[in-house]
Design a protein around this ligand. Structure first.
Ligand code: PBG
Length: 326
């Protein structure tokens, strides 16, 4: 019997050596924590399909943003549920809406925390689509102006970065131009460059009350079957002035995260979406998985696949666990 003289196990014999040769290390600084803000005061209500994630009124959003900041999480991503909805989604660019109010309060309390806002119309339109609905279709070009107005309103409230998630063609350019014209040249754009029409958004649509009333989003969000198209989408957003490219969802699209990382030189973000979160929470509640290990392994895999930034509802827990491990 011949003995192997090359033994990869040598580099696994102790925790010390494993640490030394570890290729990827997760840190709280990689995370963005999403926040759902609602109108009102002193409100904090757990979202049924997303245990541990809450709706917060703007004052409470500051409290949880502080928690994130103190855990070393550099950014929050703010979503809003508006006080009113209409055909156009006009509460999206209303300076008095919950997102704008939360942004003002968070920036006042925590100027060093990066505040990112989701720019989309589906939470704000009565029909639940991500843009201006004409007949059965979302009209691309008339939606651009609405998105641009929304982004400017977020910037006016103090957002450091805007994240358009609507998947209209040309929206990064439209938003960039509008921000620049208003003097917000330093507000960056994290584009949901590659966003698939995914079943993994289910719990979010409950949380954000943003499900389309009729039809689906397949005429604007991408077909999960396509990878080359993802590179085309990303390339367009780069040309239009995006600062960060996002891939969404994350877990079943890690091949896309890797390809975007290898093909472009912008930072890459992966969005660990609501359905991915809910599955872990459900399995945990049943005692079927070890939540802490599942979550850290999942987030690590996103980083290993090329994500520089991970947007995750697990951010607070994960940051705490990483702190304990350090
Ligand atoms: C809005 C938006 C969605 C998500 C982020 N922004 C839902 C959708 O496109 O239907 C999903 C986030 C998640 O599932 O965690 N367009």
């Amino acid at each position: 019997m011949t003995m192997p003289f090359i033994r990869p196990r040598r580099l696994r014999v102790s925790a010390g050596i494993r640490k030394l040769v570890r290729e990827t290390e997760l840190q709280a600084g990689d995370f963005v924590y999403p926040l759902f803000v609602v109108p009102g005061d002193n409100l904090e209500e757990e979202i049924g399909s997303m245990p541990g994630v809450c709706h917060y009124s703007p004052d409470k959003a500051v409290v949880v943003a502080r928690e994130a900041y103190e855990l070393g999480i550099p950014a929050v991503l703010v979503f809003g549920l508006p006080a009113y909805k209409d055909e156009q989604g006009s509460s999206a660019w209303d300076d008095a809406s919950p997102v704008q109010e939360a942004v003002r309060r968070i920036k006042a309390a925590l100027p060093e925390l990066t505040v990112i806002t989701d720019v989309c119309l589906c939470q704000y339109t009565s029909h639940g689509h991500c843009g201006h609905l004409v007949g059965q279709t979302v009209d691309n070009d008339s939606t651009l102006e609405l998105l641009a107005k929304t982004a400017v309103s977020h910037a006016r409230a103090g957002a450091d970065m805007v994240a358009p998630s609507d998947m209209m063609d040309g929206r990064v350019l439209a938003i960039r131009q509008a921000l620049d014209q208003q003097g917000y040249t330093d507000v960056s754009i994290m584009s949901y460059a590659v966003k698939y029409a995914s079943a993994f958004y289910g719990p979010f649509r409950d949380a954000a009350d943003s499900a389309p009333q009729t039809g689906d989003r397949k005429s604007y969000q991408m077909d999960p079957a396509n990878a080359r198209e993802a590179l085309r989408e990303a390339a367009l957003d780069v040309e239009e002035g995006a600062d960060i490219l996002m891939v969404k969802p994350a877990l079943v699209y890690l091949d896309i995260v890797r390809q975007v990382k290898d093909n472009f030189d912008l930072p890459v973000a992966a969005y660990n979406v609501s359905g991915e979160y809910a599955m872990v929470k459900a399995a945990t509640a049943n005692g079927w998985v070890d939540e802490r290990r599942i979550v850290l392994e999942t987030l690590l895999s996103m980083k290993r696949s090329g994500a520089d930034i991970i947007i995750t509802y697990h951010a607070l827990d994960a940051a705490r666990w990483l702190r304990e491990e350090a």
